[in-house]
Each structure stands twice: as C-alpha cells, then as structure tokens.
Design a protein around this ligand. Sequence first.
Ligand code: F6P
Length: 360
Amino acid sequence: MPKKRIGVLTSGGDCPGLNAVLRGVVRAADRLDWEVLGFRDGYEGLLPEGGDYMVLDRSTTAGIMHLGGTIIGTTNRGHFAAKVRAGEKAAIPDEIIDQARRNFNHLGLDALIAIGGDGSLTTALQLHQSGFPVIGVPKTIDNDLQATAMTFGFDSAVACVADALDRLHTTATSHKRVMVLEVMGRHAGWIALYGGLAGGADIILIPEIPFDIDKVCEQVLHREKLGCKSTMIVVAEGASPRDGRQSRLTTAAGEYRLGGVGDMVGREVGERTGKDTRVCVLGHLQRGGAPTALDRILGTRFGVAAVKLVAEENFGTMVSYQNYETRAVPISEAVHRLKRVDVRGQLIATARAVEITFGD
Ligand code: F6P
C-alpha cells in the first residue's frame, strides 16, 4: 500500500463519539504508515493559507475515546454552509472551493474524511463533485440521516433523555405532577421516541405526528382517573400542533431557532387540566458528555471503515451501518432526504402497546 497523507475534519453540531472516530481513523491509518492531519473547526480549517490543522497521531489521539465533543473543533456555520434549511441547498462559492483545493494540494493530501450530519455531508458531496477525493462519516444525535440504520451520538443522547426521565419521575410522583420534557429532534422524533420508551414516558410528541392538545389533556385526565400519580410527557423540539406550526425562538442575533414547544404544551396542559405542571428543556446536555459504550464502538468502527474506503479509493461514498455491519453507500443517498420515524412502523406500534399515546 503506497504511503498516504489524509485529512479529517468534524463538521456541524458536535456529538459524543466524534473523538472515537478520530482515534479509529488514526489507528487504522497508522497501521498503514499513513499520516493524518485534523483540520480545525470543520471545513473552515481548509481555508487559511497553508490550512489550519493539527497532526493527529497515536500520541495526540491517546486517551480521547471517552471524551465528548471533538478535539479538532467544529462549526455549523461559516463559508461552507451547503444547506440552508431542510431541503434547501446553497452552492459553496467557487472561490472558497478553489482556496480549499490550493491548500489540499499544497499539503499533498490524498483524501479527506468528512465527519458530519446532513448539512456537512451535503458539503462533502459538493466537494466530491468538484474533484476532491472525499469519504463521509455519518454523525448526528438526531439519527435522521438516510442510508444508515444508526449514527453515533444518538445512543448517548437517548441515554441522557432516559436518565432525565428517571430523575423527573421521582419528583413528579412525589408531587403528583405532570412533567413535560423537551428534547432535541428538529425534523425527526427518534430521540423523543427512543428516550421516551427507555424512560417510561406516558405521552410522546414527535414531528411526524402532529398533536392535538385536547387529546394530550384527555390522556392526562384519563391517567389521573386510573390513579396514576404522575404523567410524563416527552416532546421533540420540532413537534407541532395539528393546527399550528413549529415553535421558534428568536435569538439576540435575530436568528430563528426551534424551541418553546415544551413551554407551550406545559402551559396548555396546566391550564386545561388544572394539574400542577412543570417543564424541563434538556437542550445541549443531550450533546455533551461522555459517549456511551455503543457510540464508542460505532465511532471506532466508522473511523476504521473510512480508512478502508480511502485505501480502496472508493471516493464519494459514506460509511453506513446496516444489519450490524459497516458498508459503503454513495453520499448522495444519505443527503437525499431525512430519515423520519415510520408512524406505521413497529416502534410506534410497540409504544402504543405499552399505552404510550402520541396526541393523535
Ligand atoms: O442536529 C443536531 C441538533 O442537536 C438538533 O437536534 C438541534 O436542533 C440543533 O442541533 C441545535 O444546534 P445548535 O448547537 O446550533 O443550537
């Protein structure tokens, strides 16, 4: 195998397991006697004269597997934003691609491994179409990427939701309260569904099933009649009422962000049922902290598989996880559209079988 020099970057929102991927890439590359450069802050690291990077080797990646975040930094904004909103694309300007190409060639790189979610992989695809030898690695806590059964980071986020529900349960039961837990999930309800199932939620509201607040309140009162001491409602940030829109907040910078649906549900339930209701927004706790064992293993497998794809020169592909195995799929298959919860699927049926309702 000829000696190679490869670049790697982490892009978009961070998630637990990124460092496990970096470590996997470095260990697999080291066995082939290849060099690895880690570009700082996602694709942005490709732009400064000569590139902004750190050498990733056995020593700089030692002891990082259990660490959340990413040692090379990331960003979900900057010059390479290829996706504006779900379904909307923005072409990366030619001068940005040319600047990245100059650095890429100057550094003598043979390949670029881009670790990211939907937006970052859309960028990876565009770079590949512009002639860059790119391999994608799927990452997102939301688990909403097509063409892979699972992304790393998701399991850690679910564990965080389940832990939060365990804690909320005890206080809710003591006070005979309704608890609303708002979790992440912009367009897909995977975190709410898995976390809610694991944490014993009673009502789960997800973007795929627009909810009727009357139905939510009926269920709360029904449970009270049954003698239940508390009701736990998990709501994905992207869930919306049947007759309304997703709740958005405006930041100080004037940007829109999803958020507020938990407050809305808590307020309505409290007012309509007369039940003492509290709201908790889990936010970025779901993205931080140590990865679960599953995410460490998945991350390691993805890193090793990405190096194998570089060795095979199978560029324009992404590592995918299917039937407990990693394999290559075209990046275009992953970013084509989001993977959403199948409302007629087994998982929803299982949840309904254990008396979880969805506000429908
Ligand atoms: O896509 C992952 C995600 O965690 C979403 O679930 C969430 O809406 C978003 O990122 C938050 O992004 P930011 O870190 O920019 O607030």
